[in-house]
Design a protein around this ligand. Structure first.
Ligand SMILES: [Fe+2]
Ligand SMILES: [Fe+2]
Length: 167
């Protein structure tokens, strides 16, 4: 069970690095909030590296869907950034809301049985909550079609989590 959790978490953090890479590819480093996005991207890379290391240590294989998440994450990040900086932030806020919920569910389920994994999840969840706050403060809710956009991204995120648990 813990293996599947680690697998889906690593897939998520990997996907996050690809979303931010897509956003930055479109926005460049001078756009509004480019510095904030770059700072969040650094944290996602660290989250991913920590899960990579724990997977290697425990001999857990990554999801077979990694190439799909790579392309889908990049396309999502780039697509939102093409709409505008606020849509890029709406994307981040939506994703982080789902990740916060997902990590909280995992912590409830683990309930002290895997302190090493729970330590990472707790630490990363705090970062993700900050990312969500940053995105909302940067005007995520002012994005055109915010409700629809946010709903679609959150649905996609939940689907990605469900798939990565199984494949
Ligand atoms: Fe993360
Ligand atoms: Fe994040």
């Amino acid at each position: 069970m813990t293996e599947a959790m680690l697998r889906v978490d690593q897939a998520g953090e990997f996907g996050a690095t690809r979303i931010y890479a897509g956003q930055l590819a479109v926005m460049g480093d001078r756009a509004p909030y480019a510095a904030e996005i770059a700072a969040m991207a650094v944290q996602e890379a660290r989250h991913r590296a920590k899960f990579d290391a724990l997977m290697a240590k425990r001999g857990v294989r990554p999801t077979a869907l990694q190439p799909l998440w790579s392309a889908a994450g990049f396309a999502l990040g780039a697509g939102c950034a093409l709409i505008g900086p606020e849509a890029a932030m709406a994307c981040t806020a939506a994703i982080e809301e789902e990740i916060d919920r997902h990590y909280t569910e995992q912590l409830d389920e683990l309930d002290g049985s895997d302190p090493e994994l729970e330590g990472l999840i707790t630490e990363f969840r705090a970062d993700e909550r900050e990312h969500r706050a940053t995105a909302l403060a940067a005007g995520a809710e002012r994005a055109p079609g915010y409700v629809l956009l946010s709903g679609a991204i959150r649905f996609g995120c939940r689907a990605a989590i469900a798939l990565s648990k199984r494949i």
